[in-house]
Design a protein around this ligand. Structure first.
Ligand SMILES: NC(=O)c1ccc[n+]([C@@H]2O[C@H](COP(=O)([O-])OP(=O)(O)OC[C@H]3O[C@@H](n4cnc5c(N)ncnc54)[C@H](O)[C@@H]3O)[C@@H](O)[C@H]2O)c1
Length: 445
């Protein structure tokens, strides 16, 4: 053990370390909460000055985290929000939680990781730990972040694993989930060297209940991708089965319920209107891109992507078929979409399949309205510009709609109104099964 690592281990143990969190979004903020609750002084850095102002005023900008967190952080003398990179200079550890989106050709866009690593490089000093949490392909930490940090470390003749420490520790946040918080989600840590891993484990163990050291940064990077690819592939499997079983008159939801009685060897996944969010629709393509570089094709990833990307148009075809039964065309029909967030009980619309469903319905000439208790106005999106605001869900609206399409089953939506008053319900989430008697016609899609 070097003097620097000994010093850091002690500082983490005594909670005297100062920790910088870079990128204060869906991943960074819950991490700030966990580190702050553990007793650390936390510097929260983001390039978005509006977020920093809100944090200083104690105003929330991520609803699912609740107002108390923002109030408590603003009142704390152990939390310093900032948009000045120089404020990271006094930190013993810096954790990067910046976006890793896809470019126009589904290639990894690592510009945020590169930029934020450069900021850390500017303040790198002996005895510092740098942890990358952003999801990316195996090799990102070593091939992209490390060279930037190595160049900076040459200022003080620093060597990784001896004078400063670099790890990858994938975030497994599931925004909106109420039963577990960040500190209860088991955490993987893989370092550039074994010493780096040890230092990283020591920091995370101070704030997170269960920390698992893995062999290398690459194992940690690949494990995160395996988790998300596993979900993408299994969701695609049940989505495909849905399109096969439905015309046979078999309810996929009942099939999954039946198969789930097996106590081993089966984990239930559920069909839906298509993938959304920052992880499942994006992360698998990071590995696909890296594999292509090595001359390999990732057939499972491509096939799952193809099936899942086809779901919005499948849903719209089911709406058209349902209206057709009533001798109505999509053109001119009033269609009410329930829920536009990509999953229940959050306000996140990133990559939401609702956008494509609404676009397709509008292209076909339907008059579309939506209700989402968490999203008042349809926000501008990269590929969609939908000018709509959430309508109150009333008996009149349900009755006046030719079809109601359930895209997201938020707990705050009164599905009873839909059960009693809607004529045709196209249900992508099996939400009506929990509603008791339904007056109208339900089509599962
Ligand atoms: N959202 C999730 O559920 C989730 C779960 C697990 C992992 N991840 C991964 O975590 C990473 C972050 O995702 P997120 O959902 O928190 O993104 P986000 O968009 O909610 O937050 C990222 C934040 O980083 C800031 N930022 C961008 N560039 C910066 C820079 N150079 N310096 C400082 N701040 C910068 C942005 O302003 C933003 O506030 C991604 O790699 C994502 O794939 C996300």
């Amino acid at each position: 053990m070097t003097d620097y690592s000994r010093h850091l281990l002690e500082a983490f143990e005594r909670r005297s370390a100062r920790i910088g969190v870079v990128g204060l979004g869906y991943v960074g903020l819950p991490l700030v909460r966990a580190l702050h609750a553990a007793g650390f002084a936390v510097v929260g850095f983001d390039i978005d000055a509006q977020k920093i102002e809100k944090l200083k005023r104690g105003e929330g900008y991520l609803k699912h985290l609740g107002p108390a967190l923002f109030r408590d952080l603003a009142a704390s003398n152990r939390f310093s929000p900032t948009d000045r990179p120089a404020d990271l200079a006094g930190c013993d550890a810096v954790v990067l939680c910046v976006p890793t989106p896809l470019g126009g050709h589904r290639e990894p866009d690592l510009s945020f990781v590169r930029d934020s690593t450069r900021l850390v490089a500017d303040v790198l000093r002996p005895g510092m730990l740098v942890s990358l949490e952003s999801t990316s392909y195996p090799g990102t930490t070593r091939e992209l972040c490390l060279p930037i940090l190595e160049r900076a470390a040459s200022r003080f003749g620093g060597e990784v694993g001896r004078d400063y420490f670099v790890v990858f520790s994938p975030e497994r946040e599931d925004p909106g989930r109420k039963d577990v918080q960040t500190h209860q989600i088991p955490r993987l840590v893989g370092g550039i060297t074994p010493h780096c891993t040890r230092v990283g484990v020591s920091m995370y163990s101070a704030a997170i209940e269960h920390v698992i050291a893995v062999d290398s940064a690459e194992v940690a990077e690949a494990a995160k991708l395996l988790e998300n690819i596993y979900r993408a592939v299994n969701i695609a499997l049940v989505n495909e089965l849905k399109t096969i079983l439905t015309p046979m008159g078999i309810d996929i939801w009942k099939v999954i319920q039946a198969a789930s009685t097996k106590p081993f060897g089966f984990q239930p996944f559920f069909p839906g209107p298509g993938l959304g969010g920052h992880c499942i629709p994006i992360d698998p393509y990071y590995l696909a891109w890296k594999a292509r570089e090595l001359g390999h094709t990732t057939r499972f990833i491509e096939l799952a992507g193809e099936v899942n990307h086809g779901m919005p148009s499948y849903v719209v075809s089911q709406v058209a078929a349902a209206l057709n039964t009533d001798a109505k065309p999509l053109k001119g029909s009033r269609v009410l979409v329930l829920g536009i967030a990509y999953k229940p009980d959050i306000d996140d619309v990133r990559e939401t399949p609702a956008a494509e469903i609404i676009d397709l319905l509008m292209e076909a000439g339907a008059e579309v309205s939506y209700h989402d208790p968490h999203v008042a106005v349809f926000p501008p999106m990269r590929k969609h510009s939908i000018v709509l605001a959430s309508q109150p869900l009333t008996e009149e609206l349900a009755r006046a709609s030719d079809a109601v399409v359930i895209v997201t089953d938020h707990a705050a939506i009164d599905f009873g109104i839909v059960a009693r008053h809607a004529k045709v319900i196209v249900d992508t989430r099996n939400a009506m099964a929990k509603c008791g008697p339904v007056a109208g016609r339900v089509v599962k899609a």
